[in-house]
Every structure is written in C-alpha cells, then in structure tokens.
Design a protein around this ligand. Structure first.
Ligand SMILES: *[C@@H]1O[C@H](CO)[C@@H](O)[C@H](O)[C@H]1NC(C)=O
Length: 381
C-alpha cells in the first residue's frame, strides 16, 4: 500500500513538471500564430476601403445563394419559386450569416459595419430594383465614405486630370485633395512635363512619354544616349559631336595608391582592388597577374607559387631517410654478434622500407587535419 502511494505521488510530480515545462512551448507554437491572425482580423482600413471590402463580401454571399435554375424538375415552378426566393428574407438571412467570414484582414471592421447598418441593408434589400448598384447606394450615397471613380473629397469633386501619368490623391474616396501624384519621370500639375533627368520620348495630344537620360548626363538631356546630354557628369568628358565619353582613370599610375592594388575602370568611375596575396604589385586579379612575387612565393609556370609546402615535403623526406638509417644502424648494433640474425633482420627492415616507400608513392598522403585547418585559415585552398 505504501509503495503504491509513493508511485502515485511520483507520477503526479513527474506529470506536473512535464506539463509545466511544456506550457511555454505550446504557447510559443500556437500563441504567436493565433495572435498574428487576431491582429490581421483587427487590422483597420480607411473607411472607403473597408466599405468596399464589406460590399465585396456581400456580393459573394449573393453569388453563393444564387441557386441553379435548371437542375431538373418543373422549370416553370422552379422559376416561380426562385423568383420569390431571390428577394426573400430567407436569402438575406443566409447572406448575412456568411458575411465577413471569408476575409481575414479587417474582419472585425467588416463585422462592425454589418452590425451597425443591419437596418440599412434590409432597407436596400427591399428596394434592390430601385438601386441596382449596392456599392453606389451603400458606400457612396448612404455611408458617404466613397465617391465615384475620378472624384474625391467630402463633396465628391472632380479629380485633376493626371494625363495618365499619375493618380489623383483621394480618387474614389471622401479624402485627399484631388491633386496629382505623378509617376516617376513626370511632373507638373497635370503630370504633363518630364521631370529633371528625363526627356520627351513621345508626345501627341493625349499621351506624353518621358524616358530617363543616359547615366553620363548632368543636368538633363534633349534625347537618348550620351550625344544629347546637356553636360557630362564627373568621370566623363564631352567629345566634340560624339557626346560623353568615359574617362579611363586607370591610365594614371597614381589612381590606386596602395602598393598591392590594381585599378579597374568602370563607366564614370573606377575601383581599386587588392592583388592576389602571392603578388607584390599586379596588373589584375589572380596569382598569374603579378608584377613581382610576394615573400615566400616564387614564379613557377608563370604563376607565383607558395614554396613553403614544397620545402616542408623535402624536410619530411629527409627525416624519413634518417629514420631508415637509424633503423639499420640499430639492427647492426643489436645483432652485431650474430651475422645470421643481423642478416635476417636486415632483410626484414629492407622489405619494410621498400614496402612503405612503395605505399607512399602509390597513395598520395592525405592531408593531416591540422594542416587542412591551417590552410583553410590562411585561405590557401
Ligand atoms: C481613379 O481610379 C480609377 C479606378 O478606381 C482609375 O480608373 C482612374 O484612372 C483613377 N483616376 C485618377 C486620376 O487617378
């Protein structure tokens, strides 16, 4: 009995600890997602936009409740029944039940509109024939939060004409000032001019097209390319009747002041880049573009090559041969009293040496880890 108590106590204790530890994990995994969705649902839109979202949702409800006409049965009877269903309370309730359910962003706002204007919606439902456009009746005329397209502001005044090169501020809403927000490259009250740095690429009575001037141009241009520049930017020079030409700054020896640098020319500018580390001065990137080799590097096949590895290999070979020699000497000293034993061990040592040399020749020695790390650290590979 006593043991059972201990067992139960233990189980309880363990499960408490486990659940306490799990709780933050569960909250982390599900809590944030829930919160994100909640935040999305509570997101607020400007009045006209949220009204439009509500109307869309209502229209979707209309579509979903629009039952097929000819799915069998007495067509005439069906039509009569549908006819009455079309404008019936039943259908309106069905639509209202699914209102705002299919949207995540701004769901709360949509539900608020549905709640606050339930009677308005019922009013419209009975006079659908009089006001065929629900958006116009609801958002523009009843809630007065939107205007017709191309109208703006409190009293729905006409927007400025932006010539198709911009949009009217407040377009279609009860907000804004009706002025133009011109697209990039256009300016003026009606967006009928090209901005600085742009030129008229096409123009007729109704359409103006502005294009960007060439990058070499300074203070605008009269047309495409470098020829039509008013002035040239720094890094470019004006060639008589040919336009702006790129200056090759790299011709100047002093362009890149660093000792181990080389110069790369680019349109309108230049760049100084570091030479390969095997170089001491260079004309370009890579170990084959060196003027001179850096310390510890020597020219091999037209490339500055690191010689420390080679020297190390030589040293290893020397050490190996010393070891062989030592082995032979040891055998001779130990077995100096017995020519036979000395001969036998001498043969064993000879076979060992030949085999290991043969093995070393045929199997390229894999790099030891420490050597690899060293090379990686120095960026040699
Ligand atoms: C106003 O918006 C409508 C679409 O809603 C668009 O067709 C029209 O070009 C816009 N007008 C201006 C001047 O921005």
């Amino acid at each position: 009995m006593h043991k059972l108590h201990i067992l139960i106590f233990n189980i309880l204790l363990t499960s408490t600890i486990v659940s306490c530890n799990l709780q933050p994990i569960i909250k982390d995994n599900f809590g944030t997602k829930d919160e994100k969705l909640k935040a999305e649902k509570q997101q607020k839109y400007p009045p006209c936009k949220s009204c439009a979202i509500f109307v869309d949702s209502f229209k979707k409800g209309l579509e979903k409740t629009q039952r097929g006409k000819h799915d069998g049965g007495d067509a005439h009877w069906e039509e009569q029944k549908l006819g009455s269903y079309k404008t019936s309370e039943v259908r309106l309730v069905e639509i209202q039940e699914m209102l705002c359910t299919d949207i995540t962003r701004g769901e709360q706002q949509c539900l608020t509109i549905a709640e606050e204007h339930e009677s308005d919606i019922e009013y419209w439902w009975k006079r659908q024939d009089e006001y065929p456009d629900f958006f116009e009746w609801f958002c523009i005329e009843t809630l007065k939060v939107c205007c017709h397209p191309n109208y703006f502001g409190k009293d729905c005044l006409e927007c400025t004409d932006c010539s198709g090169n911009g949009y009217c501020k407040g377009n279609g809403t009860r907000k804004g000032n009706g002025k133009c927000n011109c697209d990039k490259g256009y300016s003026g009250e009606n967006c009928q001019q090209c901005s600085d740095g742009f030129y008229e690429a096409f123009k007729d009575e109704s359409k103006l097209l502005c294009s960007q001037c060439h990058v070499a141009c300074h203070e605008g241009c009269s047309g495409p390319g470098t020829k039509n520049c008013v002035k040239c930017k720094s890094g470019w020079f004006m060639k008589e009747s040919e336009g702006c030409y790129d200056i090759n700054e790299c011709v100047e020896q002093s362009a890149c002041p660093g000792e181990n640098q080389f110069c790369v020319n680019s349109e309108g500018s230049y760049q100084c880049l570091e030479c390969d580390k095997s170089c001491n001065g260079c004309d370009g990137d890579g170990p084959d573009m060196c003027v001179k080799c850096a310390d510890g590097y020597e020219l091999r096949d037209g490339m500055c090559t690191d010689l420390t590895n080679e020297k190390r290999d030589q040293y290893v070979t020397l050490t190996r041969y010393c070891l062989y020699l030592g082995l032979c000497v040891t055998v001779c000293i130990i077995f100096q009293n017995s020519t036979w034993l000395a001969a036998i061990f001498g043969i064993v040592v000879g076979v060992y040496i030949s085999l290991s040399e043969y093995w070393l020749k045929t199997n390229p020695v894999p790099k030891s880890p420490s050597q690899k790390i060293l090379e990686a650290a120095m960026g040699m590979e």
